[in-house]
Design a protein around this ligand. Structure first.
Ligand code: PMP
Length: 388
């Protein structure tokens, strides 16, 4: 057996060869849409803090006050002594915004998915997941020990035939999908999906990490298909993107929430979120509810970019520019960095082989002039590459 360091060194070298070694990237201080790269300040088009709420004075003040009142940490699981009244307030607010009976706040979105799914399904049960589901949905599904059946991305004919083929009597079944796909920015077709789940007696769960605060009037993907709320009994999400802080949640009916309080291992056996995070989320939700003009900005900015590049109208603030080959995607990202724009290249295994891409996320505070400049760089120097 190699020593630990030999093992790590060998694995790192393998990652290096495949171009998959990752590095950490600092955010600019006090500026959500800025980052520091190679010692330079650049404008970030890859931050999920869509509404810039991580830097909002009201949000920071609420976090500071909670820190002073309750302290830096909760000291234990919420089921031991780690709970405080801020959680109930945040849960009531999330439930109201999502049109659900109740909510439960987890330590993060990742912890939410890996806690929720294994609490509801187990051996002998079946989970139908979109092939582009976020990694933590897949982790939760695997941890549940239920059978996992993957359907083609947003392909409702495929889901229908898989449900017909595999849905067995007596087993619990779950259909699970991102509400807004994190790498492609498209929405799950919830009108068809809710109908299919109902017809096949399966529960439906959305991961709306990228929906809350930016689509459906800020209420997320269940509200993005006209005035009628989609019937999604399990609406999961995170507080780390448009809400600008940290934490995860599930909105559902009261009995489901009550069950998860006792069963979700990532809630029961993990320390409650720091009070400052809970208070920050509440203050951020105040802003989201009070400022509809801020909520529409990220998608409007994405739409400006798509118009100027000649891409289809986006459904969310996430816009992929598919490049294909990994090396070309990396070159494109480097070119943009040289021009002062941080746009990450996303490569396999995060996305399917042959679909390496630039993934852009648009924020409320992006300047239209920067969007225009970025669009022309991508249109003229990356999509239409000059002959070599
Ligand atoms: N789901 C989706 C779709 C996400 O994009 C992310 C964050 N990358 C998560 C869940 C995880 O959320 P968190 O960062 O709060 O753990």
């Amino acid at each position: 057996m190699p020593s630990l360091n030999e093992f790590a060194g060998r694995k790192l070298a393998e990652l290096e060869t495949r171009g998959q070694r990752r590095e950490l990237v600092d955010t600019g201080r006090g500026m959500a849409g800025r980052a520091t790269r190679d010692g330079r300040d650049v404008i970030s088009f890859c931050c999920n803090d869509y509404l810039n709420l991580s830097q909002h004075p009201q949000v920071k003040a609420a976090a500071a006050e909670a820190l002073q009142t309750y302290g830096a940490g909760t000291g234990a699981s919420r089921l031991v002594t780690g709970n405080n009244p801020l959680f109930a307030e945040l849960e009531a607010r999330l439930a109201r915004i999502k049109g659900a009976e109740a909510a439960l706040v987890f330590g993060s979105g990742y912890l939410a998915n890996t806690g929720i799914i294994p609490s509801l399904l187990g051996e002998g049960d079946i989970i139908f997941a979109d092939e582009l589901s976020h990694a933590c949905i897949i982790s939760g599904a695997r941890m549940s020990r239920a059978q996992v059946v993957i359907f083609r991305h947003n392909d409702m004919a495929d889901l229908r035939s898989l449900l017909a083929a595999h849905r067995a009597e007596g087993a619990n079944a779950l259909v699970v999908t991102d509400g807004v796909f994190s790498m492609d920015g498209d929405l799950a077709p919830l009108p068809e999906m809710t109908a299919l789940a109902e017809a096949h007696d399966a529960w439906l769960m959305t991961d709306d990490a990228h929906g809350l605060g930016v689509i459906g009037g800020g209420r997320g993907s269940s509200f993005a298909f006209g005035p009628q709320k989609m019937n999604v009994p399990l609406q999961m999400g995170t507080l780390s993107k448009a809400v600008g802080g940290y934490g995860g949640y599930l909105c559902a009916d009261q009995p489901v929430i009550d069950l998860l309080k006792s069963r979700a291992r990532t809630l029961v056996y993990s320390t409650g979120l720091p009070p400052a995070s809970v208070a920050a989320a509440l203050a951020a939700l105040d802003v989201i509810e009070a400022e509809p003009e801020r909520v529409v900005r990220p998608v409007a900015n994405a739409a400006q970019f798509c118009r100027e590049v000649g891409l289809p109208t986006p459904e969310s603030p996430i816009v992929p520019v598919i490049i294909g080959e990994e090396t070309r995607a990396l070159d494109a990202s480097r070119l943009l960095l040289d021009e002062g724009y941080l746009v990450t290249a996303i490569r396999p295994p995060t996305v399917p082989p042959g679909t390496a891409r630039l993934r852009l996320t648009f924020m409320a505070e992006h300047d239209p002039a920067d969007i225009t400049r970025l669009a022309s760089l991508i249109r003229d120097r990356i999509i239409k590459r000059p002959a070599a």
